[in-house]
Write a protein that binds this ligand. Structure first.
Ligand SMILES: [Zn+2]
Length: 311
């Protein structure tokens, strides 16, 4: 259903099949799943691998030029997957994108330190998780050694600033991770706000608030986080940049909206919002034209789909 919906909406899709086996991590080990969490679980790592293999085998691991779906894997977090189960996911994800939520809140670090005697980053490192095809999501509360491990292993880092502010998680060390060698990319991690331009500028704005300095991350680096690094993180190595042979993905932003009028092109990442997107072309197919999506009024479609769920 997801694959068909993405195809209809013109979304090139990376499905990250997530291993989620425990309800949390306390100082004495992992907690059982609560009734709401049970539906996320495959019972054990072998169960996850069996289901993952069935899904992954349906799609080409490295899709052709026209392929629009690929499957990757995710370790939800060290809270939801025990260290003994992590290698099963790493092995299954070989050659595919691998994502993991990392140190989003201090309580994860405290529980991990207490139970394993290591930070979550160090635990992922010894479990073989870190590397260029891996993305750590959030990476908010890190030690100097954690930053060094993520940077030297070229692990990508996916910041989700609007979620991190919403949940009062804190501000991650974006500038220091960039300096250490991690590629930054951006996610939403929720549905309350879906505006990648807001996520991008929040990366710099949060750095300003935390450091008391402006100009911590260059605007061109924010654009790379929005485009090429994001595409790499979900496995589309031939997308996200304008060059001969790359996939024809283009986003055009109106320069005459109340927000963008008077902006220089280089400033658009700081002034525009998702509402200013005028055209979107995905793999050469026009998906948004004149601000209108091919499916019609997306807000109205969402309203008519979500409303019945409350009844
Ligand atoms: Zn998250």
């Amino acid at each position: 259903v997801l694959v068909e919906a993405a195809s209809a909406a013109g979304i090139r899709l990376t499905l990250l099949d997530t291993c989620y086996l425990a309800g949390g991590l306390g100082p004495n080990g992992h907690l059982p799943l609560d009734p709401v969490q049970k539906r996320f679980s495959d019972g054990d790592a072998a169960g996850w691998r069996r289901r993952f293999t069935l899904l992954a085998d349906r799609f080409d691991p490295t899709p052709s030029r026209t392929g629009a779906v690929r499957v990757g894997a995710a370790i939800h977090s060290v809270r939801a997957v025990a260290a003994t189960d992590i290698p099963t996911v790493v092995a299954a994800a070989e050659g595919r994108p691998l994502h993991v939520h990392l140190s989003e809140q201090p309580s994860e670090n405290a529980a991990c330190q207490s139970y394993y005697g290591a930070t979550p980053t160090a635990l992922l490192h010894v479990s073989g998780v870190l590397g260029p095809s891996t993305t750590a999501v959030h990476a908010t509360h890190l030690t100097d050694d954690d930053i060094s491990l993520l940077g030297t292993s070229s692990t990508a880092v996916c910041f989700c600033p609007t979620t991190e502010r919403d949940l009062a998680d804190g501000i991650g060390p974006a500038r220091r991770l960039l300096d250490a060698g991690s590629r930054p990319c951006l996610g939403t991690d929720q549905h309350a706000l879906t505006d990648l331009l807001e996520e991008a500028r929040a990366l710099e704005m949060d750095e300003r608030l935390a450091s008391g300095e402006r100009g911590r991350i260059e605007l061109s680096q924010l654009v790379e986080a929005l485009t090429v690094h994001g595409q790499r993180s979900i496995g589309w190595v031939d997308a996200g940049e304008l060059r001969v042979g790359a996939r024809a993905d283009l986003v055009a932003v109106r320069m005459d909206s109340p927000r963008t009028a008077g902006s220089l092109v280089s400033q658009v990442v700081m002034s525009a919002s998702a509402a200013d997107v005028d055209a979107v072309i995905v793999d050469g197919r026009t998906v948004v034209e004149g601000g209108r999506h091919v499916l019609g009024n997306v807000g109205g479609l969402l309203q008519s789909s979500i409303e019945p769920l409350w009844r």
